[in-house]
Structures are given as structure tokens and as C-alpha cells.
Design a protein. Structure first.
Lengths: 185, 505
């Protein structure tokens, strides 16, 4: 009986470890929908979700949720990222690879480019950018590839075509497409 | 004090004296056995008016039918001219062999027999000069009339149901199975209640080993009274450590007969308006009598739907809690956002909410069952609609959890057997706890434990998971989810070990 109890307790502890030591309430998190990446130098991430905007230095984000909590930021849930906006000087291939291999965010987000200013500013200018980008895709005929599609193009063909965003007044527009190329490794 | 009551103290063995009433068969001993019983009555009679031929009549009022006693017993004793001419011994023989207008008259030699005959509703005629007695069956047949099977309604099926009289119930079965192969054996269970328990089976069809086991287990029951279904079920079943029923309780004689034809054994208990079918299997508990009456395609779809509902009621709350707490990436964005919005001002955690609502659902159901018809419905409406919507509006619970629990609850009602549904409800609670504690990993592990538990169950040597599993060394056979037309089902289920598997040409 004692042996069974010990095995049971070890089993429970193991289950706790395997399952991530407790769940998190959805009500206490912000679902990040759009992430703008600016860099290099100090890489800055601007995250938009649930009408809120969060600007983080990459090292804070790298510190994990504890780091975010230390900054007074609500827990950011990166499981539902829909759009990834990359700034002018960002290494696109590296960024896409990081996004695709991130264990939570995955590779379903669409990829956009921002030229002529930081990508984070775009989110500040248009707080409802997530909805606008969805509208551009659904109603404006814009063809934005997903992270997986873009990465696949870059890997197989060495180049991919990404839509470029610009701001005119309070309008967010797609000015065209840019061919992003990588040199074969 | 332990949770499950006081610590068990080794006590005296249950005394069983045989015979229960010892002593010679005399009028005084019979009266002594019924001392201080106001319903016991005795009367001294003279055969054909001859004071030398004295007879004592004993009966228990309310157990005998007065008109029958008057017409079939007292009238011949007083008016039969042949009794005047015969000596007392001759009178006894004449009365035993047709002098009384009764279907059943038998001599009684022992005090025990006489006492229990009186308790069964017979009249005992005691001849003091001979020290012998006659037992005349004149029991009253007052009982509830046969009514609709309220708990198992069906459209294209018979409308009669079992009543509390075991003999009426056996007649309902006999009227459907007019076969001499239908055997009806009887055991008396309960020292004080002396409840007749009948075992029904089709000789040559049912597994003789199962029949022998049922007979043996019934004989081994040594309790004071067998008044409830539990008194029979819990003594006959293979294991007590499961929330799932091992026998199917049915109100419907047609369903009982159909399963007798399949090779099952039935148990009818006097005083219970249900029949028990064994061995019980998962397939039996998820089948409804209506399935045989419906078109086979419709029936196949409905059976599949029922299994889907079973999975829904078992796993939906657990999967919801696991997804919300551990795996939000599984939830589509619009749904995730609406869940977050709905939970914005709710003070309780998702697991706590789900468990409380599941318990509240059980409380409302229990309250509805315990109250008379209309009042029960009112409680359900008040509890389910008014309190539920008020709780959502007051932000005490989130609507998503309410919807999930309500869906799971309603899906549970599609299970035809309420006993089986009870076991499912208990496991639903455990699965939800596992989902809240360990996410999908916990749900998966609890599901494995559940399947392991079910796979470990056997009822009279038949695998409980039949038709999804088979007895040792046998192939899985038959149809579970998808029914086939009845003309194509030419064999009885192999799992029931029938001696004659062919059931049609």
C-alpha cells in the first residue's frame, strides 16, 4: 500500500512536470495578434493584441514571461499571432526562421514588410492594424504569404515576395511587393 | 472516525436456525408463532356440523382473499355431505384430493411450513386429532395494474411494463415466449422478507454455466430483506468496485424477452417493477428497444449518434478545461477572444467553475427526481434557466462553461440506461479534474485508466466491453456502432456463449 502511494505521488509529480506545472487562465492573458519587428542593433518587438500595444526590447522578451511581468506587462499569449510585420533593416530569413521554430507561435502568421520607417510605428499609428491587415487580405486582394510559405520559398527558390505597407494619413496601404532574396548557404 | 463509517468490529456470525420455528405442528404452536400479530386470525370449525370432527382454520388477514376463503374453503367444509359420513382421516384425504374448490391444496407436516404458508397468503386447516394440516392457496392478488413503461418509452413497441408482482411479471414474459424451453426457477431471498426471486432463461439457448452461477449466487445471499434492486444486484455482480452497472434493469417485458432469445438470463424480484438482464455489456446499455423497431439505417445512425453523445458527455468538459487552461493554441482566435471577453469579470477559475456547474447540474437533477412531477419540472426550470441565466448576468459564471456543462449534461440523457449514465457522470467529474490539473495529458491518462477499468470488468465471464472486446481467446464479432438488417443477423452474440447460436434460417 505504501509502495503504491509512493508510486502514485511520483506519478502525479511527473504529470505536473510534463504538463507544465499548472494551467493559465485565458482571462489573464492578452492574445497577441500582430508583432512588429525592428532592428538590428537593439531589436525591438511591438506586440498588438486586444486593443493594447506593448513595445519590448528583445532581451526583455527573451527573459520570458517573468521578464514581461517585471515590466508590468500582462501575460502575452503568442499562440494566436496572425501577422508579422518586419521593419526595414531586419534580416527577413533569420526572423522567419525564429518565428517558425518558436514552440508556441508556429508558422501560420502572414508576413508583411514596412519600408520608410520602423514597423513598430505602424502599430502606433494604426492601433487597429490587425483588423486592417485582415481586411486588406480578404477584401483588398493582397496576397500575403504565411511564415511557412515565405520560408519555403526562401529555402527552395532563394527568394520570396512580400507585401509592403505604408501609411498615408490614417490609412494603411499596400504600396507593392518586394522580392526578398537570400544568398544560398 | 474513518470517512466510510466506523471501523469494522468482528461480530458474531449471522445465526440461522433451521427450522426457524421448531416444535411439533400444533394449533398452539402456530398461535405462538403469530403472538402479538393483530392481523393473525384463527377459527374453530366442525366438519359438516359434527362437533367430533374439529378443524382449526388459520389465516393472516389482508394476505388472503376473503371471498375465496368463504366460497372455496368454508362452504365445502360446512356443506359437503360426504364429510359427515367419513371418519376424520377420510375427511382429510377427501379435502386434500378435491373436496376443496381450490387450485392448490397440499398437506403440511411441519410447523415451519405452516407458518410460512400463512405468510405467503394461504389458509391453513389444522386437524388437531391427526396433528396434520392442509394448505390452501387463497392469496389476494391486489396489485397495481399494468401500465406504460414510463422510464423506457418507445413508439413502435408494446406499451406494457412490469409490475410489483413477480407472478404477473412471469406471465407477461410467458405471453410473449410461449415456449416450454422458457424455464422459471425460484429462490427465496431474505430471512425476514422471504422475497421470491425468479430466474428466467431459455433452456438450450442460455449458457448453463451462467444459469448455474446465478442460481448459486442467489442461494448464497443471506440477508434480512431483499426489498430493493441493490439487494439483488450487489450480491449477484462480479465486482462492487465500479460505478458502472453490471445488469440491465428494464421495465419492458418485450425487451426482456428479446434478450432471453439472445441467450441472456433474466432475474425478476417480487416487489420490484423491473427485470434484470445479465450478463450486462456496454453494447446492451447503449441499445434501446426502439432500435429494433426502427428502420435499420435510421437505427444505425441513431446508435452511432448515441456513442458520439457518450463521448461528448464524458470528455467535453474535460477537453474544454484542458484547452482553456493548458492549450489555448487549440482554440481558434475568434472563440478564444469570446471566451476571454466572457470571462473578463468572472471571479472564479475555469476548473472551479466547471466543477461547480457539474455538481450544480447533478443537484438540480436530483432535486427534480425527488419531487413530484410538476414540482420537479418547476425546480428544473428554476435551477436551469432562472438561476443559470442570473448567474451569467451577474458574472458569477461564464457563459462558455455553462454551455459546455449543459451540452455535456444533455448529451448524457441520450444514454438509454440511467444506471450506466450514472457511472459516466462520475467519470466525467474525474476526467474534468484530470484535465484541470494536467491538461490534455491528464485527460488522456484518465481516459486510459477508464478504458483499462472497463476492460478489466467481466460479468459472468463475459467481457464488459463487448462488442468492442471479446472473451479470452475469442475474436471480436458482431456489430456495435452500425446495425445490420435483422434478417442478416443469423447468429446470437458469441460473447453470451449460447449453446445454440443460430437464431433464424
Amino acid at each position: 500500500m505504501k509502495k503504491r502511494s509512493v508510486i502514485g505521488l511520483w506519478g502525479l509529480a511527473l504529470m505536473g512536470l510534463l504538463s507544465g506545472c499548472g494551467g493559465r487562465e485565458l482571462a489573464n492573458v492578452t492574445l497577441v495578434q500582430t508583432v512588429a519587428v525592428d532592428g538590428p542593433g537593439p531589436v525591438t518587438l511591438t506586440a498588438a493584441g486586444d486593443g493594447e500595444l506593448y513595445r519590448l526590447a528583445a532581451e526583455d522578451a527573451a527573459a520570458g514571461q517573468e521578464g514581461l511581468a517585471a515590466l508590468g506587462v500582462r501575460r502575452l499569449e503568442t499562440t494566436h499571432i496572425q501577422q508579422l510585420v518586419l521593419g526595414p533593416d531586419v534580416d527577413v530569413a533569420e526572423c522567419l526562421w525564429q518565428e517558425a521554430t518558436h514552440r508556441e507561435s508556429g508558422y501560420g502568421a502572414t508576413v508583411w514588410l514596412r519600408r520608410g520607417g520602423p514597423a513598430g510605428d505602424l502599430l502606433e499609428t494604426a492601433p487597429d492594424l490587425p483588423q486592417r491587415l485582415v481586411s486588406l487580405e480578404e477584401n483588398g486582394g493582397v496576397d500575403a504569404p504565411t511564415v511557412l510559405e515565405a520560408l519555403s520559398d526562401l529555402t527552395c527558390r532563394g527568394r520570396t515576395r512580400l507585401p509592403v505597407l505604408a501609411v498615408e494619413g490614417d490609412q494603411v496601404l499596400v504600396t507593392g511587393y518586394e522580392i526578398v532574396e537570400v544568398s544560398p548557404r | 472516525m474513518p470517512i466510510f463509517g466506523r471501523r469494522r468490529v468482528p461480530g458474531q456470525p449471522h445465526p440461522r436456525s433451521q427450522p426457524i420455528f421448531s416444535g411439533p405442528l400444533t394449533g398452539d404452536n402456530i398461535r405462538r408463532a403469530f403472538d402479538r400479530c393483530v392481523d393473525f386470525t384463527s377459527r374453530t370449525l366442525s366438519l359438516a356440523g359434527d362437533p367430533q370432527k374439529e378443524v382449526l382454520l388459520f389465516a393472516v388477514e389482508g394476505m388472503v382473499r376473503t371471498e375465496r376463503v368463504n366460497d372455496y374453503v368454508l362452504r365445502p367444509l360446512a356443506q359437503d355431505p360426504a364429510l359427515a359420513a367419513l371418519p376424520l382421516e377420510g375427511c382429510f384425504r377427501r379435502l386434500a384430493s378435491g373436496g376443496l374448490y381450490n387450485l392448490s391444496v397440499s398437506p403440511v407436516e411441519e410447523l415451519d411450513q405452516a407458518v410460512f404458508a400463512l405468510l405467503d397468503g394461504a389458509v391453513v386447516l389444522f386437524f388437531p386429532a391427526l396433528g396434520r394440516a392442509l394448505r390452501c392457496a387463497v392469496a389476494t392478488e391486489e396489485k397495481r395494474s399494468i401500465s406504460d413503461p414510463e422510464d423506457e418509452p418507445a413508439v413502435k413497441a408494446a406499451k406494457d411494463s412490469f409490475v410489483e408482482s413477480v407472478r404477473t411479471n412471469t406471465s407477461l414474459v410467458r405471453r410473449r415466449l410461449r415456449s416450454v424451453a422458457l424455464r422459471v426457477e425460484e429462490e427465496i431471498v431474505g430471512r425476514q422478507s422471504r422475497t421470491p426471486v425468479d430466474v428466467l432463461y431459455l433452456d438450450g439457448v442460455a449458457d448453463p454455466e451462467t444459469v448455474a452461477q446465478v442460481r448459486l449466487r442467489l442461494r448464497n445471499i443471506d440477508v434480512d430483506g431483499a426489498l430493493d434492486a441493490g439487494h439483488i444486484e450487489q450480491y449477484l455482480c462480479d465486482t462492487l468496485w465500479t460505478p458502472f452497472p453490471q445488469f440491465l434493469a428494464t421495465q419492458r417485458p418485450d425487451r426482456l424477452c428479446a434478450n432471453l432469445l439472445s441467450g441472456r438470463v433474466a432475474v425478476l424480484v417480487d416487489g420490484l417493477a423491473v427485470g434484470f438482464l445479465l450478463p450486462g455489456t456496454v453494447g446492451l446499455f447503449l441499445a434501446a428497444q426502439q432500435d429494433r423497431a426502427d428502420n435499420w439505417m435510421v437505427s444505425a445512425c441513431l446508435t452511432a449518434l448515441r456513442y458520439a453523445a457518450l463521448l461528448t458527455t464524458l470528455f467535453l468538459p474535460a477537453l474544454y478545461v484542458a484547452a482553456v487552461l493548458f492549450h489555448p493554441e487549440m482554440i481558434p482566435l475568434p472563440l478564444a477572444r469570446s471566451i476571454i471577453a466572457a470571462k473578463a469579470d468572472v471571479p472564479f477559475g475555469t476548473l472551479f467553475e466547471a466543477l461547480m456547474l457539474l455538481l450544480a447540474f447533478e443537484v438540480i437533477q436530483e432535486a427534480g427526481l425527488r419531487l413530484p412531477g410538476n414540482l420537479g419540472q418547476t425546480v428544473s426550470i428554476l435551477g436551469g434557466l432562472v438561476v443559470g441565466s442570473a448567474a451569467v448576468e451577474a458574472k458569477i459564471i461564464s457563459p462558455a462553461v455553462l454551455i459546455v456543462v449543459a451540452l455535456a449534461g444533455i448529451a448524457g440523457y441520450t444514454i438509454p440506461s440511467q444506471d450506466f449514465a450514472g457511472g459516466v457522470r462520475l467519470w466525467r467529474l474525474l476526467l474534468t479534474l484530470a484535465g484541470g490539473a494536467f491538461g490534455l495529458l491528464g485527460v488522456a491518462l484518465a481516459a486510459v485508466v477508464l478504458v483499462g477499468h472497463l476492460a478489466g470488468l467481466e460479468c459472468f465471464g463475459v467481457a464488459y466491453l463487448t462488442p468492442f472486446a471479446a472473451n479470452g481467446g475469442q475474436q471480436v464479432e458482431g456489430h456495435a456502432l452500425f446495425r445490420v438488417p435483422i434478417p442478416h443477423v443469423k447468429l446470437r452474440p458469441a460473447a453470451l456463449k449460447s449453446r445454440n447460436r443460430r437464431n433464424q434460417r
